[in-house]
Design a protein around this ligand. Structure first.
Ligand SMILES: [Fe+2]
Length: 182
C-alpha cells in the first residue's frame, strides 16, 4: 500500500539560503549525526548527486538502514530524491518544493511516498508520527545552520564550497569561512 507523508515548514531566511542548505549535503556528516550514521557523496554533477546514506530512523537507537539515494535539482523551486533501501527492489520518492513567501521568508513543502506492507497498515499512524519525529530533528538542526548562515551573510562573509568548510568548533558543527567580502 502506498503511503503519503507531507510536512510544511516555514523559516525566516531567504529561499537562496534554504536551497543552499539542501544542496550542501556535505553538512550531513557533521550536523545530522543523530539521524544519519554516514552520508557518502559517490558522484556529483551540476544537477545530480548519487549518495550512500546510513539512516538512524529511530534515534537514539543505533539501528542503521542503508540507502542509495539519487538527488536531482529540477529547478530553484524543486528537488526530487529517489531512495532505495539496501536489498529492497523499490525506490521511495520524495519531493521538496520551495516557495518565496517574501524576500526573507521561505516555505518548504516536503512530500514523501513509500510502500507499506499491508500487515503494517494498523501501525500506519505510528509510523507517520515516527517520520515526523525524525524530520523534526533534522529541521531543528537545519534551521540552526540556516539562521547561522544568514547572520554570517549579514556580517559580510561569503558563503559556498569555495570559501570555507564544515568543521567541529568547541564540539559544535560550524561553517568556517576563509575570507571576507569586505
Ligand atoms: Fe540538513
Amino acid at each position: 500500500m502506498k503511503i503519503q507523508h507531507e510536512i510544511t515548514r516555514e523559516i525566516n531566511v531567504p529561499r537562496e539560503i534554504v536551497l543552499e542548505n539542501f544542496l550542501d549535503l556535505d553538512h550531513i556528516n557533521f550536523v545530522h549525526k543523530r539521524c544519519y550514521k554516514y552520508c557518502n557523496i559517490v558522484k556529483k554533477t551540476k544537477n545530480y548527486m548519487l549518495l550512500d546514506v546510513g539512516v538512524y530512523h529511530l534515534p537514539p537507537l543505533p539501528i542503521v538502514t542503508h540507502y542509495t539515494m539519487f538527488h536531482e535539482v529540477l529547478s530553484e523551486d524543486k528537488i526530487v530524491h529517489l531512495s532505495k533501501r539496501k536489498n529492497s527492489s523499490k525506490y521511495i520518492k520524495s519531493e521538496v518544493n520551495f516557495s518565496k513567501i517574501s524576500p526573507d521568508i521561505t516555505r518548504i513543502i516536503h512530500k514523501h511516498s513509500f510502500n507499506l506492507p499491508i500487515f503494517f497498515y494498523p501501525l500506519k499512524n505510528i509510523i507517520l508520527r515516527l517520520i515526523d519525529r525524525w524530520s523534526n530533528i533534522l529541521w531543528q538542526e537545519d534551521s540552526e545552520i540556516m539562521s547561522q548562515r544568514l547572520s554570517l551573510y549579514k556580517e559580510g562573509f561569503k558563503d559556498g564550497f569555495h570559501c570555507g568548510k564544515w568543521g567541529i568548533v568547541n564540539g559544535k558543527p560550524q561553517w568556517q569561512y576563509n575570507e571576507r567580502k569586505k
